[in-house]
Design a protein around this ligand. Structure first.
Ligand SMILES: C[S@@+](CC[C@H](N)C(=O)[O-])C[C@H]1O[C@@H](n2cnc3c(N)ncnc32)[C@H](O)[C@@H]1O
Length: 471
């Protein structure tokens, strides 16, 4: 029986009367199938009075691990220290990981000093989730020096999540802002500024923690004429250098969205093979190492008719191994600058009025598959569709924030930012693309719909002068 049928068969009042009547619950559980028992156990709610203790203890002999685990979970709600030995037995001996984890959690929920020796022993368990539950239980007594010492031993634990929790508990904040400025503000000289020049050179002059969001599509490795690197290794090192700088200038806990996709270098003749470079997968470990926390992967899907057809051969020969799918997707990898603070902290840095203005109230994309048509441009061969920029900006920034694109190209991100009441900071190496942005500006239907300040086009020399003038 599915859950909606079960909910019709057993309603809230029935469950409430069962949990307040030991005999009724005992006889009810005897006659039911596993699905119904699981359903009732999940719905029991608060259980302080202990009427259900015996029926739940009986269920600990059940063969179904989900039932045993839910029985332990419910027994923990009773808060009865005499259950400690039962929980310890199941934590040590049950064959199911699920039941063991629930038992350790139940020991912790007793919040009783008697549990300390057991919880300390469980810190040596091989299952990181058991260790995590034991840590949780022990943190209730965080002023106890023996517990502090035992927890400190886990600073070298092999599991990264345990190490992180312990480091935060023992050392306080492990990642954090050095910036004393206000989170929602940024240096005035970056506001709607477009620097024509090399991004690495330019960023040397940008202070730490200046920007709120970066969205960019880097030059592809040898895929277009503007991106010539001697080797793939050199290309990755260049991106690593840029994204380290992006990390430095990003405010605490803010986002970086990177658009890339694997690229193919065609074969030089029929005697050779083409080579495919998995750019997103190769950049990812570099980003994590430099302090970006992976948050999400979004797939940008284009119509098949808009991409290069690689299917012609297979369509004819139909031989395995020669299959070549048309690549209609690109990745949007979403990262957050690693911090101990929760996203709520970031939101709380803004006045309520600004949060309200920034709310995404219209229709929004609920999945990580974004179907958006590509945009073709007469000057630039790889521009963002404005809809892609709109979504990233709306979902990952607040009104008045500073949005950055280190590889601005035709400046699509800047236009989207201005249209959405944000500010932009762009860098672009090629004078022809910067001219293109300027051209847009003098047009009547100004693409940069900047309300209160005109965009500021500078080269690196003028950028430095601009900075000096404002400090
Ligand atoms: C994929 S395109 C970005 C297109 C852009 N998203 C748009 O909507 O027009 C990458 C851009 O990075 C620029 N670029 C490459 N190397 C650069 C560097 N060292 N510094 C600044 N820009 C660079 C290229 O000239 C190119 O315009």
């Amino acid at each position: 029986m599915n859950r909606s049928a079960l909910s019709k068969q057993i309603n809230r009042e029935q469950i409430d009367s069962l949990k307040n009547d030991t005999k009724a619950l005992l006889s009810f559980l005897q006659d039911q199938n596993d699905g119904t028992i699981v359903y009732v156990l999940e719905k029991l709610g608060r259980l302080e009075n202990g009427y259900s203790k015996q029926p739940l203890l009986n269920l600990l002999n059940n063969n179904n691990e989900t039932i045993r685990s839910l029985a332990i979970k419910n027994l923990a709600k009773i808060g009865d220290v005499s259950l400690l030995d039962t929980f310890v037995n199941f934590a040590k001996q049950d064959e199911s990981t699920e039941v063991r984890r629930e038992s350790v959690s139940a020991i912790g929920r007793l919040r009783n000093e008697k549990t300390i020796p057991t919880l300390i022993k469980l810190l040596a368990d091989r299952d990181p989730k058991v260790v995590m539950q034991a840590i949780r239980g022990l943190l209730v007594f965080s002023n106890n020096n023996q517990i502090k010492k035992e927890l400190a031993k886990l600073l070298d634990h092999p599991n990264e999540l345990i190490k992180e929790v312990i480091s935060k508990e023992i050392n306080g904040v492990s990642y954090g802002s050095k910036d004393s400025g206000k989170h929602d503000e940024f240096p005035a000289f970056l506001k709607n500024t477009i620097v024509q020049g090399d991004v690495v050179e330019t960023l040397k002059h940008v202070p730490d923690e200046s920007i709120h969001l970066t969205f960019t599509s880097p030059p592809y490795y040898n895929a277009r004429d503007y991106s010539i690197y001697q080797s793939y290794d050199e290309y990755l090192k260049f991106l690593e250098e840029v994204f380290k700088e992006v990390h430095r200038i990003t405010k605490e806990g803010r986002f970086f969205v990177l658009n890339t996709s694997p690229i193919i270098i065609p074969r030089i003749s029929r005697a050779h093979s083409s080579k495919r470079y998995p750019i997103p997968y190769d950049i990812h470990p570099l980003l994590v190492k430099m302090g970006w926390e992976f948050i999400d992967d979004i797939v940008w899907v284009k119509p098949e008719a808009s991409v290069k057809n690689r299917n012609a051969g297979f369509l004819q020969h139909r031989k395995p191994l020669g299959y070549k799918p048309n690549a209609i997707s690109e990745m949007l990898m979403v990262y957050r600058k690693k911090t101990d603070k929760l996203i709520d902290w970031n939101i709380q840095q803004y006045e309520w009025d600004k949060v309200k203005k920034s709310k995404v109230l219209d229709k929004y994309e609920t999945t990580n598959v974004w179907r958006i048509d590509p945009t073709f441009d007469r000057i630039h061969s790889a521009v963002f569709p404005i809809e892609l920029c709109n979504r990233v900006i709306k979902y990952y920034s607040f009104v008045d924030d500073l949005i950055f694109d280190p590889f601005a190209g035709s400046g699509t991100l800047g236009r989207a930012a201005a249209n959405l009441d944000r500010h932009f900071f762009l860098t672009e190496k090629e004078p022809k693309y910067v001219s293109r942005m300027k051209e847009d500006l003098i047009k009547k239907d100004n693409l940069f719909n900047v309300k209160n300040s005109q965009p500021n086009f500078v080269d690196i020399k003028n950028f430095i002068t601009l900075i000096k003038g404002t400090i």
